[in-house]
Design a protein around this ligand. Sequence first.
Ligand SMILES: Nc1ncnc2c1ncn2[C@@H]1O[C@H](COP(=O)(O)OP(=O)(O)O)[C@@H](O)[C@H]1O
Ligand SMILES: [Mg+2]
Length: 250
Amino acid sequence: MTGHGSLRMEKLCYSVGGRTILQDFDFHLERGVNRTILGVSGAGKTTILKLLLGLLEPDSGSVHIGDLCITGLPESRFREQRKRIAIVFQGGALFDSMSVGENVGYRLFEEGVLSHAEIGRIVREKLRFVGVEAALNLFPAELSGGMKKRVAIARALAADPDYIFFDEPTTGLDPIGVYNICNLMQRLQAEGKTTLMVTHDLATAFATSQRFTFLHKAQMLFEGSEEEMKHSTIPEVREFLEPTDRSLFV
Ligand SMILES: Nc1ncnc2c1ncn2[C@@H]1O[C@H](COP(=O)(O)OP(=O)(O)O)[C@@H](O)[C@H]1O
Ligand SMILES: [Mg+2]
């Protein structure tokens, strides 16, 4: 089946509040090729993730999950396909009134397919994977920022997705927290998950991805490998890279 193992956007246009966020945007996330979308704050990175998940409708163009074009379809028609994709939202978006375990098992409980015992087993397994099994009965307010991120990742893993989206996963974390998240992403990739991250953190991007998309003024200004990006002569790409180069000398 052509296109089965990929997520795609074709000629996608999206604007909000009179501002064009994406203009004729073509995007391809191949299964097994971990990618980061880079761009300054407000460029439209989170918007791309929401469009790929079908949480937003484009003005024109289309989004495809494998062979299915989800644009214009009611959510009920692509629910099964969307289950292949999980997202770790920027703030973690945990439910404050639920324990860690309830947060991680939430979607499985909602689906009502698995027994409580089976869900409990999966919840513990995912929490163990991210290294916070001991937090099972704690509440989000009792967790550090780094732990919240890891619980949010465990929750994304509960439904065993093929693709995991990470929205600014390292923003606001200390160096150890950043290291832990990069390490987790690498372990997920080793288990066969495809990751798509959006961030302005170049170090995290280069540590976890093979391909890079640079979003600037509603366009894909660059697409390529780390080497290609580092040697790019596109002025906006250079400008994005250079403050990080200089910071090495601070
Ligand atoms: N509901 C909305 N109404 C008006 N503007 C919005 C809305 N949602 C997002 N935007 C604007 O869209 C742009 C892209 O947002 P976003 O995708 O969150 O950017 P990024 O994730 O790259 O920081 C921003 O300039 C933001 O202000
Ligand atoms: Mg964002």
